[in-house]
Design a protein around this ligand. Structure first.
Ligand SMILES: Nc1nc2c(ncn2[C@@H]2O[C@H](COP(=O)(O)OP(=O)(O)OP(=O)(O)O)[C@@H](O)[C@H]2O)c(=O)[nH]1
Length: 807
């Protein structure tokens, strides 16, 4: 490790030499924000800056000297990159800084069944939010607080993310006197589902949270959904601490999880604790930073007793402390310097380094415990406070539409104009609830805010803080907090601002649905309820889509998997008393082409009265990648006027929505129009649109068309004795097995399987493994469907079309 610290040190110097100007500018930016903003006295010329930059800088200094929130905001608008997050934090009004320092917005995310809800239940209990602990699928049949939906309690799975808040009292030294005292931290927490079918819930929670607790199972370590969650955390730059749960289970091994985070997720990680005992002997942990043993005692582990490190663990604890420091030295300069100087850093330095490295997404500290056995959850809460950022430490940008979409840094000041993002909609008994993350300014009951997308002014009639399915009314919510409001008509992902601020924030990533099925109410009398349910589910869940098939007139629902759609079908029955009839699940196939085909198509109908005339000439060809489709005109001499070209483009886009082979979407098609002809009276936009669609269809079918099917990354975990059965099941489905990891008791198999071949797999897996196997599936990519299937699908589609045409 020392070698790597040395290598890094010399690399740092080399970078400075080779990129002097950039490095100097960076130093300058940080200097200017550190010194000038506070003292406002230093005006020395920095040699690598031009006169213009110098003047800009002095202007900026003057603004910062005023020290007001508005000045910081103005400086951020002027050049967001020059205003470091550090500068924002340093410039915060001390009162606001003290308020924000005590706020944490966190999410709990993990693979299915890792214990997210169980851990959240402990968090609520230890923070005094709930009086008793109830288990997921517990014997008392009450269910955990955060799984409030009946279906969640029955199935023992989380379907919707649930928000809550609590106060955690942490003992910490007073910065001035050094005496230990209680500090109260306000934690807004979102418990997310683990099943990939409900991945949008994780996506939108992570979009608005400042930090996360990634839970791992002590037996399984990094699992398929851990990888997905890791990807989502990276997408939104969310720092995370890791909690290895289920230390009480047979086969628990926290080091497997620590290695998995470093190696599989490529996130430098080190344990900040070691276990005292494991499996049914698990008693507590040794805190490697303070070198103290922590035992969870009392009926529900509510008492954390601190003691000396057991003598048989001292050597191991020292070794693991060394590993922690060495890992930190690779990601943090001050620890690297200490290591180079052979100084052992103290607890405060280690804690500060972990905080810096975690917030800058370079490291994840690993804690361990057992939520179900009520052990070692409180130290995890301390770690949330110690290592995850407060709202002012996270960079949040908006685009200023009044200044050509210039990025603006939002500052969590209550006194600035309000900016908030609606990240989740939910229908409650009292009307539509909109969850809002307040990024800047504060939101008051009765205030008028603007929806940046629609430009509509909306009055906020009621503000509440959510505690799972309960709510607490509040008059105002400050910057950096999360709340829900009633009576606001908007879409998920809308930005709200005060006055005509003109800011809008980017929304969350919404994956495309991969599966669909036709649906209709069983009894006609239920149609109004059916429509209500469909429109509510669509509003709440952007991955649940509904369309009416133009040819069959059937309603088609699409979603992320069989479980996703079946939950909505069940909810219609329970919540809307509507039984439905569903068709066979359909795969979201795609269509593409493989060769270049020219076309010269004439649409001509001139049989008296107003006729149709449009001629389009050009070619279609593959774009080379299965991303966006492409339309281009290369007309010379205006043979097709501009207004008809728009109609041609519209025709192309519509054709791509409804492919010529199966009526599924077209991917990777390029259409270029090079020539054409019009008629004095018979040409129209409609004629050009139709002509383009006809030309596209004919050319596409001649361009070696291909049906693409979704391949799913499938991960199966089961006891080792069933490996042969499972490989047999997968071979029957022509799956490609990419990896098999065999553990002492279980094996994990990763394969690419066609979604089409996976219908009904869950019941066959259950039968083949005596109910002990589990699997998860996630969309991986589109690949050409086998020739036989392709022919079968095309023949079926043609037959259906012919039958419909007869009717
Ligand atoms: N042995 C043991 N079991 C646990 C522990 N924590 C949770 N469980 C059990 O694991 C199962 C899943 O727990 P949940 O809390 O629902 O897990 P989850 O991650 O919220 O589940 P999803 O949201 O559905 O993915 C339940 O049966 C829990 O009782 C633990 O520390 N030890």
């Amino acid at each position: 490790m020392r070698a790597s610290v040395l290598a890094r040190a010399s690399l740092r110097h080399a970078t400075l030499r080779s990129g002097e100007r950039t490095a100097c500018q960076r130093t300058f930016a940080s200097l200017s924000t550190r010194n000038h903003s506070i003292t406002g006295q230093r005006h020395e010329r920095i040699p690598c800056f031009s006169q213009h930059q110098q003047t800009q800088h002095q202007r900026q200094q003057r603004r910062w000297q005023s020290g007001t929130a508005a000045a910081i905001q103005e400086a951020a608008v002027h050049d967001p990159s020059a205003l470091s997050q550090e500068a924002i934090v340093e410039n915060l009004d001390p009162k606001e800084a003290a308020r924000l320092d005590k706020v944490r917005n966190i999410g709990i995310a993990a693979h299915i069944d890792s214990g997210k809800t169980t851990a959240t239940e402990r968090v609520l209990f230890y923070t005094g939010r709930i009086k008793d602990i109830h288990e997921v699928r517990g014997r008392d049949a009450v269910g955990a607080k955060m799984d409030s939906m009946d279906l969640e309690r029955e199935k023992g799975i989380t379907i919707q993310s649930a928000a809550t808040f609590c106060d955690w009292i942490k003992k910490q030294p007073d910065p001035v006197t050094g005496e230990m005292k209680d500090e109260k931290y306000h934690i807004n927490l979102i418990d997310t589902p683990g099943h990939i079918d409900f991945t949008i819930e994780v996506e939108r929670a992570l979009r608005v949270l400042d930090g996360a607790v990634m839970i791992l199972c002590a037996v399984s370590g990094v699992q398929s959904q851990t990888v997905t969650v890791d990807r989502q955390m990276r997408r939104y730059n969310v720092p995370r601490i890791s909690f290895v749960n289920k230390m009480d289970r047979a086969g628990a091994n926290p080091w497997k999880a620590v290695d998995g985070i470093s190696q599989k997720l490529k996130m430098p990680a080190a344990a900040v604790q070691i276990p005292i005992g494991v499996e049914d002997q698990f008693k507590g942990v040794v805190d490697l930073i303070r070198m103290k043993a922590l035992y969870s005692e009392g009926q529900n582990g509510e008492v954390v007793r601190e003691d000396e490190v057991p003598s048989d663990l001292v050597q191991f604890a020292n070794e693991k402390r060394r590993v922690l420091i060495d890992t930190l030295a690779d990601v943090d300069d001050s620890i690297a310097d200490a290591v180079l100087e052979e100084v052992t850093p103290g607890p405060d330095e280690i804690r500060a380094a972990i905080r810096r490295a975690t917030i800058s997404l370079k490291f994840s500290p690993v804690l361990m415990g057992s939520a179900l056995a009520d052990k070692s959850v409180q130290p995890m809460l301390d770690a949330v406070v110690d290592y995850l950022p407060n709202p002012s430490e996270v960079t949040n940008l908006a685009l200023d539409r009044k200044r050509a979409e210039t990025p603006v840094k939002l500052v969590s000041y209550n006194s600035l104009p309000f900016v908030g993002l609606a990240f989740k909609l939910e229908e409650s008994n009292f009307g539509q609830l909109t969850y809002i993350r307040v990024y800047q300014g504060s939101l008051r009951k009765g205030a008028n805010v603007f929806n940046a997308r629609t430009g509509n002014k909306v009055k906020i009639p009621r503000i509440v803080r959510m505690h799972s399915n309960e709510m607490e009314e509040v008059q105002e919510i400050g910057a950096g907090e999360i709340c829900a409001v009633f009576g606001v008509d908007c879409a998920s992902g809308d930005t709200f601002t005060e006055g005509g601020l003109g800011y809008s924030m980017t929304s969350m990533f919404v994956p495309d649905p991969v599966i669909s099925l036709s649906i209709k109410p069983k009894h006609t009398k239920d149609t109004p309820n059916f429509s209500k349910a469909i429109s509510r589910f669509q509003r709440e869940d952007p991955t649940f889509r509904v369309h009416v098939d133009v040819e069959s007139g059937e309603s088609i629902i699409s979603g992320m998997g069989e479980l996703h759609l079946s939950i909505y079908v069940e909810r219609m029955r329970r919540e809307y008393h509507t039984d439905v009839i569903t068709g066979q699940p359909q795969v979201a196939y795609r269509e593409t082409l493989q060769s270049h085909v020219p076309f010269d198509h004439l649409l001509k109908k001139q049989t008296g009265g107003a006729g149709d005339y449009a001629r389009v000439v050009g070619y279609i060809e593959p774009t080379g990648q299965l991303g966006q489709n492409h339309f281009e005109q290369q007309i010379v001499g205006g043979t097709i006027p501009e207004k008809y070209m728009f109609a041609c483009e519209k025709g192309f886009k519509e054709s791509c929505q409804n492919g010529p082979m199966l009526g599924h979407r077209v991917l990777g098609a390029s259409m270029v129009i090079t020539d054409g002809a019009t008629h004095m009276t018979d040409s129209s936009e409609m004629a050009f649109k139709n002509a383009t669609q006809q030309a596209f269809r004919k050319a596409f079918l001649a361009a070696a068309p291909q049906v693409l099917e979704p391949l799913m990354k499938t991960v199966i975990t089961a006891p080792t004795e069933f490996q042969g059965n499972i490989v047999g099941l997968l071979n029957k489905r022509n799956a490609v097995i990419n990896d098999t990891e065999i553990g002492p008791e279980e094996f994990v198999l990763t394969a690419d399987c066609s979604l089409n071949a996976m219908f009904g797999f869950s019941s066959q897996l259950r039968a083949a493994t005596q109910g002990k196997g589990e699997f998860s599936m996630e969309f991986s990519h589109y690949a050409p469907a086998p020739g036989g299937l392709q022919k079968e699908l095309v023949a079926k589609y043609e037959k259906e079309r012919a039958e419909k045409a007869k009717k």
